[in-house]
Design a protein around this ligand. Structure first.
Ligand SMILES: Nc1ncnc2c1ncn2[C@@H]1O[C@H](COP(=O)(O)OP(=O)(O)O)[C@@H](O)[C@H]1O
Ligand SMILES: [Mg+2]
Length: 476
C-alpha cells in the first residue's frame, strides 16, 4: 500500500513536470508566432507607405536605423515596439539591417544566416522555419520567414530571435508541485497509518488463531477461537477450526470410551485369573479331604484343623486380591485441598515403628494442594515396599523426608534394602509387576497414578549395596 502510494506520487510528479514543460513550450511557440505575425503586419504597413521602391536592395534604407534618418520606420523602433530583436536578411542570407546594431552588438555570427536555412524555409509548407536551442538563460527560438512585396514575391528574410522566458512557468510549476507534494505527504502518512492498523488487525487475529492452534492436543479439551468482528476470511478459518475442535472432541470421547472399555476388560480378565488361581488348590484339597475323611480316625481333629487352616489362608489370599484390585479400580479423581503436607505424612507414618521408619522435614509446615487420603496411600505403599526390601538379617532403616525449594516440593523414601535389580527397573511401575511371591504388583502402579494426578513426577535411585531411594517431585 505504501509502495503503491509512493509509486503513484512519483509518477504524478513526472507527468506533471513533463506536462508543464510541454505546455510552456507550446505557449512560447504560439507566442513567437503571434509576435511574428504582428511584426510582419507592421513591416507590411511600412512597406506600403514607404517612398522607396519595395526591393531587396532598398530595404536597408527603409529600415535604416542609424543617423539622422532615424524615424518611426527604423528597425530599432520596430524592435522597441515589439519588444524583441529583429534581423532582416536578403535572399542570399546576408544581413541587411539588425535592431541589435544600435546597441553596438555587431556579431559576426549575425552577418550571415546559418547555412541551409533558406532551403529549409523553402521546403516547409508555411515557408517558415524555427530553430531551437538551449541557452544559458533558457530556451532560444529563432524564427525565419519571408518578407513579401505587393506581388507576393519574397524580397527578404525576417529573423526573430526569441528567448523563451520560463521563470513564470517554473514558479507556477514549483507552486503546483509544492501543493501536490503536501497532499501526497498527507496521503503517504494516511497510507502508513492505515496499513499499520490493517496489518496489525489481520496479524492480531492470525496470532490468536496461531496461539490456539499451537495448543491443540488430542488428550485434553481444546479451546475454541473467539475473535470479535473478524473479517470474512479469518472468520472462515475460525469456523473451520471450531468445527474441527468439535470433531476432535467427539473422536477423543469415543477413543476414551473404547480405552476405558478395554481397560475394564483387561481388569476383569485379570481378576478372574487371580481368583481362579487359589480356587483350584482349594477344590483339590476339599476333594481329597472328602475322599480321605474318616470320622473314626483318631487324628481327625488335627487333620481337620490343618485343612481348615489351609482353606482360611486361601480365602484370605482371595480377599487380599479382591481388595487390591478394588483399590486399584477405585482410583477416584483426586480431591485437591490445601493442607499441611508435613503433618499428613507424619500421620501416615504413625502405623510404623519409629525405630525403623524415621521422618525428617525441612519445615514444620509445607502448604500444598493435595488429596490427603491418596498421599497417605502413596507414603504407606512406598514405606511398605521399603521395609519389604530389607533382607531378614538386617535391621530395617527407612528414612522419609519432605522438603521444599523455591518452586518445588520433594518427598523421598530411602531404605537400606537390597536394591532393585537393573533388569526390573524399567518395569516396577507397571501394574501386576512384582518380584514377591505374595505381591500383587499394584502398589507402585497406584503410587504413580496418584503422583501424576497431582501433576508430579516419581523416580528412583537404586543400588544393590546401599538400598533404594524413591523421589517424588511436585510443582508448587
Ligand atoms: N524399595 C524397594 N526396594 C527394592 N525393590 C523394590 C522397592 N520398591 C519396589 N520394588 C520392586 O518393585 C516391584 C513392584 O512393587 P509394587 O508395585 O509395590 O508391587 P509389590 O510390592 O506387590 O511387589 C516389587 O516387587 C519390587 O521388586
Ligand atoms: Mg508393594
Amino acid at each position: 500500500m505504501i509502495g503503491l502510494v509512493f509509486l503513484a506520487s512519483i509518477m504524478i510528479f513526472i507527468v506533471t513536470v513533463l506536462q508543464y514543460k510541454e505546455e510552456s513550450e507550446d505557449y512560447h511557440k504560439k507566442r513567437l508566432l503571434r509576435k511574428e505575425t504582428a511584426v510582419k503586419v507592421h513591416i507590411n504597413s511600412i512597406l506600403e507607405n514607404t517612398s522607396f521602391e519595395v526591393k531587396t536592395d532598398k530595404l536597408k534604407y527603409i529600415f535604416k536605423s542609424n543617423g539622422s534618418m532615424r524615424g518611426l520606420s527604423s528597425i530599432s523602433e520596430l524592435s522597441r515596439i515589439h519588444k524583441m530583436p529583429i534581423n532582416i536578411y536578403d535572399l542570399k542570407g546576408n544581413l541587411i539591417v539588425s535592431s541589435l546594431w544600435h546597441l553596438g552588438q555587431k556579431h559576426d555570427s549575425l552577418q550571415h544566416l546559418p547555412p541551409g536555412i533558406i532551403k529549409l524555409i523553402d521546403k516547409s509548407p508555411d515557408k517558415r522555419y524555427v530553430i531551437k536551442h538551449e541557452g544559458k538563460n533558457g530556451e532560444y527560438q529563432s524564427s525565419y520567414s519571408y518578407i513579401y512585396d505587393r506581388h507576393f514575391k519574397p524580397i527578404a528574410i525576417l529573423n526573430l530571435p526569441y528567448l523563451a522566458d520560463s521563470t513564470f512557468y517554473k514558479k507556477e510549476l514549483w507552486e503546483f508541485l509544492k501543493n501536490l507534494g503536501t497532499i501526497y505527504i498527507l496521503m503517504f502518512l494516511l497510507a502508513i497509518f492505515l496499513s499499520y492498523f490493517l496489518s496489525r488487525y489481520i496479524t492480531k487475529s492470525l496470532n490468536t488463531v496461531n496461539d490456539v492452534l499451537k495448543k491443540i492436543s488430542f488428550s485434553k479439551e481444546n479451546q475454541k477461537i473467539i475473535i470479535k468482528n473478524p473479517n470474512e476470511e479469518i472468520n472462515q478459518l475460525i469456523e473451520t477450526y471450531n468445527n474441527m475442535v468439535d470433531q476432535l472432541e467427539e473422536s477423543a470421547r469415543k477413543l476414551a470410551q473404547t480405552e476405558r472399555e478395554q481397560a475394564w476388560r483387561n481388569m476383569a480378565r485379570q481378576v478372574a485369573h487371580e481368583i481362579k488361581n487359589p480356587l483350584t488348590p482349594m477344590r483339590l484339597s476339599i476333594q481329597s479331604f472328602q475322599m480321605t475323611f474318616d470320622p473314626n480316625d483318631p487324628n481327625i481333629k488335627q487333620k481337620f484343623d490343618e485343612f481348615a487352616q489351609m482353606l482360611i489362608e486361601q480365602i484370605d489370599l482371595m480377599s487380599k486380591i479382591a481388595s487390591a484390585f478394588s483399590d486399584f479400580a477405585k482410583m477416584p479423581q483426586a480431591h485437591l485441598q490445601e493442607g499441611n503436607l508435613v503433618s499428613t505424612i507424619r500421620n501416615a507414618l504413625k502405623l510404623y515403628d519409629p525405630e525403623q521408619v524415621r521422618f525428617v522435614s525441612s519445615d514444620d509446615e509445607i502448604l500444598f494442594n493435595f488429596d490427603k487420603n491418596q498421599i497417605q496411600r502413596v507414603i504407606t505403599n512406598l514405606v511398605k515396599n521399603a521395609l519389604q526390601s530389607v533382607p531378614g538379617d538386617r535391621e530395617p532403616e527407612v528414612l522419609v523426608s519432605v522438603r521444599q525449594t523455591e518452586d518445588k516440593i520433594y518427598i523421598t523414601v530411602t531404605d537400606n534394602g537390597s536394591g532393585i535389580d537393573p533388569e526390573h527397573q524399567s518395569r516396577i511401575f507397571e501394574p501386576k509387576f512384582t518380584t514377591k511371591s505374595s505381591g500383587m504388583g499394584l502398589g507402585l502402579a497406584i503410587v504413580k497414578k496418584i503422583v501424576e494426578n497431582h501433576n508430579g513426577k516419581i523416580y528412583f535411585n537404586s543400588d544393590k549395596e546401599m538400598g533404594t531411594t524413591f523421589i517424588i517431585e511436585f510443582d508448587k
